[in-house]
Design a binder for this molecule. Structure first.
Ligand code: M6R
Length: 342
């Protein structure tokens, strides 16, 4: 039921101040998952689409704040990789639906080669949950829009909780502050709506980020392409000069995932290179710069917490651009909410 909202996608984006507070639940499941990782020799993490982007963020967060190595694997690639989990390993499968065939197959291969299975799922009665040794619930309520929105921030929230348990609080996620920051973005997004109007005729967008903001850029590009059918690519900031710069020119828009952390200046350098070729820059940041043609202001949160808030403005931008382009945000063409085909 979408109530007063025009689309489920907007409703689900708008629920995030609440859903971020519920991720992982309070039944000790995140602690159990942390215990599995502590005991494991090797820890793998898999997913598809948005859930794989969350896995890539997990690698950064767990390594930086919990000195724990996670090896991300794209679920659909695993059967085609020389993979054997090994006894004593743990395999974390991230899936909103818990029904993605690629993720279920990957988990089966991991189990058969010796791993214990931990799943991070929204649907607790799903096939993946049933086949897991430990189940951590996203608890964000049904996600009806085909584009993953609130489930992504819940996946990240669970990862931060796990990093804080293993790393002794160094991830420092203050969920009350994050929830308030997301509310702030939602209550004042007239600028994002207006920007979507300017982007009405755009056909090519690039999203840049460095460090943990690179998987965030990949997720931002996925949202843009899925909801608006614009060609959108996530690019690690430093890779520009190794190829993608050839594509920059008038008519192109580049979104810069650029919170004011240690990546800020280096990412701006890339933005300058792009702008010098005539493309326009949209900066997603808590710090303005004269390089930005459009500044989408992020609220200030603790430095480690940026990934928990920075996708929300991009989700809104993709949603309003979908309306400008007259696509159906809840049902993008050719896509299904849960991909049960192999
Ligand atoms: O249900 P899952 O998390 O396993 O789904 C994985 C992907 O199919 C899903 O994230 C897809 O990429 C979304 N439509 C992206 O918005």
């Amino acid at each position: 039921y979408k109530g007063d909202y025009a689309h489920f996608t907007l409703k689900e984006i708008s629920e995030q101040p609440d859903t971020i507070l519920r991720c992982g639940g309070d039944g000790g499941a995140v602690e159990q998952m942390a215990g599995e990782i502590r005991r494991a020799g090797t820890a793998y993490i898999t997913g598809s689409g948005t859930s794989y982007n969350a896995a890539l963020v997990a690698r950064h967060v767990m390594s930086k704040y919990a000195d724990t190595r996670l090896e991300p694997i794209i679920a659909s690639e695993l059967p085609h990789s020389p993979f054997s989990a090994g006894e004593g390993s743990v395999f974390i499968a991230v899936s909103q639906s818990g029904e993605s065939a690629d993720v279920i197959d990957a988990a089966a291969i991991a189990r058969d080669s010796g791993a214990r299975i931990v799943s991070i799922v929204n649907m607790r009665t799903s096939s993946l949950a049933r086949e897991s040794d430990v189940v951590v619930g996203m608890n964000c309520g049904p996600e009806i829009g085909v584009a993953a929105t609130k489930s992504f921030t819940s996946q990240l929230g669970i990862i931060y909780k796990m990093a804080d348990i293993i790393g002794g609080g160094r991830a420092g996620a203050d969920f009350a502050a994050v929830s308030k920051a997301i509310s702030g973005i939602l209550s004042d997004h007239a600028g994002i709506k207006k920007l979507a109007g300017e982007l009405r005729d755009v056909t090519d967008m690039y999203v840049l980020g460095r460090g943990v903001h690179y998987p965030m850029a990949a997720e931002a590009a996925l949202k843009l392409k899925e909801l608006t059918y614009v060609h959108a690519e996530g690019i690690p900031g430093g890779e520009l000069k190794h190829g993608p710069l050839a594509l920059m020119g008038p008519g192109v828009y580049a979104v810069i995932m650029n919170p004011a952390d240690s990546t800020y200046e280096d990412t701006l350098t890339g933005a300058r290179e792009i702008r010098a070729r005539g493309a326009k820059i949209i900066g997603i940041s808590d710090k303005n710069s004269d390089v930005y043609d459009h500044w989408v202001e992020l609220p200030r949160v603790g430095e480690s917490s940026y990934p928990l808030v920075e996708m929300v403005p991009v989700q809104l931008l993709a949603y309003y651009l979908a309306l400008e382009k007259d696509t159906d945000p809840d049902h993008p063409r050719n896509l299904a909410k849960s991909v049960t085909v192999r």
